[in-house]
Design a protein. Structure first.
Length: 102
């Protein structure tokens, strides 16, 4: 893979990760989720049971983040890939344990 293609893939990967965070994240101080607003603008309920249940923007945001990490993974060397996936799994565990019970 050429240097310019690697750079392009890395930029796309970072943009997907940021998009996933914006889409699925809720800003605690304002209780504002951009993904909710996008879903409502499209005429889709962001929650499975009205205002509770499964939060669809968060699930889609998680998949977008994983897609970004996968694309980033393709441009890295083998040793770096191990460190990236270890960090990703640890982040998901930490986010789940801290933000689920807060």
């Amino acid at each position: 893979m050429s240097k310019s293609k690697k750079l392009t893939n890395r930029i796309i990967a970072v943009l997907l990760i940021v998009l996933g965070l914006i889409l699925g994240g809720t800003w605690n101080s304002a209780k504002y989720c951009i993904g909710d607003k996008i879903f409502i603008a499209l005429g889709i309920s962001p929650w499975s049971n009205g205002s509770s249940g499964t939060h669809y923007p968060a699930i889609i945001g998680s998949f977008v983040i994983l897609a970004g990490i996968s694309i980033l993974n393709l441009t890295l060397q083998k040793k770096t890939r191990l460190w990236i996936w270890t960090a990703v799994i640890l982040c998901f565990i930490l986010f789940n344990s801290f933000f689920t019970y807060m």
